[in-house]
Design a binder for this molecule. Structure first.
Ligand SMILES: [Zn+2]
Length: 290
């Protein structure tokens, strides 16, 4: 489109990672979008550059070294554009710096095996100061995991928004307290929690059934909660990246179909996981695997 009439506001945030998504962002950046939404440019550049890195890593085992290097250098150029863009805020700059570091590590490191995809760090319960579960109130999971359900915590705070690990740990302790003291459950409801900076925390031990989807819906159903309120806000791209990696790692390990990735409101009438996150879940579960 040559005129600004053809430009649309950024709308790719709810799209799971794919080359089509990256092409979509690229054509937005090359079109009239940046003129009409200048403040969205750093976010678009970051989403594009990070997407190139993630796909290069994911497809590395099947690509030539030259192709991987070409993709990574495009990503690095994108991160550098963000660093020199006066519209980028402190969080954008931190993301760009981390991205440049990640590109360097990928270029230097040995080629990872396919099994390494999604081999990110999961922080243990001690990292957020969990209290022990109450054994008489939790149930061992006895069947193969068949579903994954995505939730939001429906909470937001200034601390959480800064991406501080301390604020995230505090938010998770409060959720556990509510679940154990107010709801009377044996532990925090979810198996995993993801904070706005993309950190993944272990919640309830995966050896036990969760308490996140209501009654029998919890059977063989892994619960993942993103910290934040996504009825009103858009999830941080770093959190979405971790969510997608966690889901693909869990799906690969347990043989869970893409169509069995749900949002809480697939099981009951609730706002959870918020319309901005639910849009992603729906596109993910209806999409084809990469
Ligand atoms: Zn929920």
């Amino acid at each position: 489109m040559s005129s600004s009439e053809g430009a649309s506001a950024p709308d790719w945030y709810a799209e799971p990672l794919s080359w089509a998504k990256l092409q979509h962002i690229e054509s937005w950046l090359l079109g009239a979008g940046p003129e009409r939404w200048p403040d969205e440019v750093p976010g678009a550049e970051l989403e594009l550059a990070q997407g190139r890195v993630d796909l290069a890593r994911r497809e590395r085992a099947t690509l030539s070294d030259a192709t991987v290097r070409a993709r990574l250098s495009l990503a690095e150029a994108g991160f550098r554009r963000v660093l020199s863009d006066s519209r980028a805020d402190a969080q954008d700059r931190r993301h760009a710096d981390a991205g440049i570091g990640e590109v360097a590590a990928l270029l230097d490191g040995p080629a990872p095996s396919v099994a390494d995809v999604g081999a990110f760090k999961i922080r243990k319960r001690s990292a957020w100061g969990a209290r022990p579960s109450i054994p008489s109130r939790v149930h061992r999971n006895t069947r193969p995991w068949r579903k994954i359900t995505v939730h939001h915590s429906a909470t937001s705070s200034a601390g959480l928004a800064t991406g501080s690990a301390t604020a995230s740990a505090e938010a998770i302790r409060l959720i556990q307290k509510d679940h154990m003291e107010t709801k009377g459950w044996g532990d925090i409801a979810y198996h995993f929690l993801i904070d706005p900076a993309g950190r993944v925390f272990q919640g309830r031990d995966i050896g036990y059934q969760g308490a996140h989807a209501g009654g029998n819906n919890n059977i063989a159903n892994i619960g993942i909660c993103l910290l934040g309120d996504f009825e009103h806000a858009r999830p941080d791209p770093r959190a979405m990246r971790s969510l997608e990696e966690l889901i693909s790692a869990l799906s690969a390990r347990h043989g869970i179909a893409r169509s069995e990735v749900h949002g809480h409101n697939d099981f009951r009438a609730t706002e959870c996981p918020g319309k901005n996150l639910m849009a992603w879940v729906q596109r993910y579960s209806h999409g084809s695997g990469l």
